[in-house]
Design a protein around this ligand. Structure first.
Ligand SMILES: Nc1ncnc2c1ncn2[C@@H]1O[C@H](COP(=O)(O)OP(=O)(O)OP(=O)(O)O)[C@@H](O)[C@H]1O
Ligand SMILES: [Mg+2]
Length: 271
């Protein structure tokens, strides 16, 4: 085959199928009558970074949004099939979508800090409901500091926590959004092209952060950028027209893809 466009990192780890975090079975997602995701069955390992790649419009964001029940917030949208996260059926009867979203945090393509709130208030924003239920221990200040440290932002903002969240750079705002998602101590964090609007240095910081986060949380990241998938992910899923074409360790998928369509995509012949 043609040489791969990118080389996976030395540190790619083998897929640990014994420790699944997210298991989807025959998952389909519709907008009205049109299926944007079709019969996807995938087992995403715990405490690893899994990348979702594929050409524009193939259903990457839609698949991601099925993993924390965001898809159904679009009028006329619905999901078929099942998703289990750490053994719980997130579409099961009586499951509260808000509770699901607290355990499965999400960060989008453009930074979305609450513009009228301070840096500190942004990180604390998701905490109030959870704290009321006594689910998260520690004072708000401690939790805010922990989340900012985990997002690699503490040193840069610790003396300006009361300033507006819009007073920091775009890259810092994106790490702030990651801190906000981490504050409720989710088990999973979903990132939809989190570096698409960032400059190369800010992108590198977010990539380093994602790479580190997998020590404590399961990360699923959608990316257009195959080099990024190869640099930071342990496993990669390749989607085409809503279908899962191949899922494997990142090293295997990029160096020895089993499907000819995956091979064409990772060698840059389309997409
Ligand atoms: N709100 C919506 N209403 C109707 N159709 C939608 C909606 N959002 C997405 N779609 C359609 O669903 C399909 C999958 O879209 P999705 O956004 O998941 O793709 P993607 O792989 O994330 O693309 P991109 O790389 O451009 O972000 C596309 O055909 C898209 O047009
Ligand atoms: Mg998308």
């Amino acid at each position: 085959m043609t040489a791969p466009a990118v080389q996976p990192p030395e540190s790619s780890i083998a897929v640990d199928k014994a420790k699944p975090c997210i298991v989807t079975r025959d998952l389909s997602a519709y907008f009205g009558d049109t299926a944007a995701v079709r019969n996807v069955s995938i087992t995403i390992p715990q405490q690893a970074v899994t990348a979702i790649i594929g050409p524009s419009g193939c259903g990457k964001s839609t698949l991601l949004r099925c993993l924390n029940r965001m898809h159904e917030t679009v009028p006329g949208a619905r999901v078929e099939g099942s998703v289990e996260i750490l053994g719980s059926a997130i579409y099961g009867d009586g499951t509260n979508p808000i509770a699901v979203r607290r355990h499965v945090g999400m960060v989008f393509q453009r930074p979305t800090p609450f513009p009228t709130m301070s840096i500190r208030a942004n990180v604390a924003a998701g905490l109030r409901i959870a704290a009321k239920k006594g689910e998260i221990s520690g004072s708000t200040d401690e939790i805010v500091e922990e989340a900012l440290r985990r997002a690699g932002l503490w040193e840069e903002v610790k003396d300006r926590l009361s300033e507006s969240a819009t007073a920091i750079s775009g890259g810092q705002q994106q790490r702030l959004c990651i801190a906000r998602a981490l504050a409720t101590r989710p088990r999973v964090i979903l990132l939809d092209e989190p570096t698409a609007s960032l400059d190369p240095l800010s992108t590198q910081k977010v990539e380093e952060l994602v790479y580190d986060l997998r020590k404590t949380v399961t990360v699923v990241i959608v990316t257009h950028n195959m080099q990024q998938a190869a640099r930071i992910s342990d496993c990669t899923a390749f989607l085409l027209a809503g279908e899962l074409i191949e899922f494997d360790s990142t090293r295997e998928l990029f160096t020895a893809p089993k499907d000819s369509q995956t091979e064409a995509y990772v060698t840059g012949r389309f997409g």
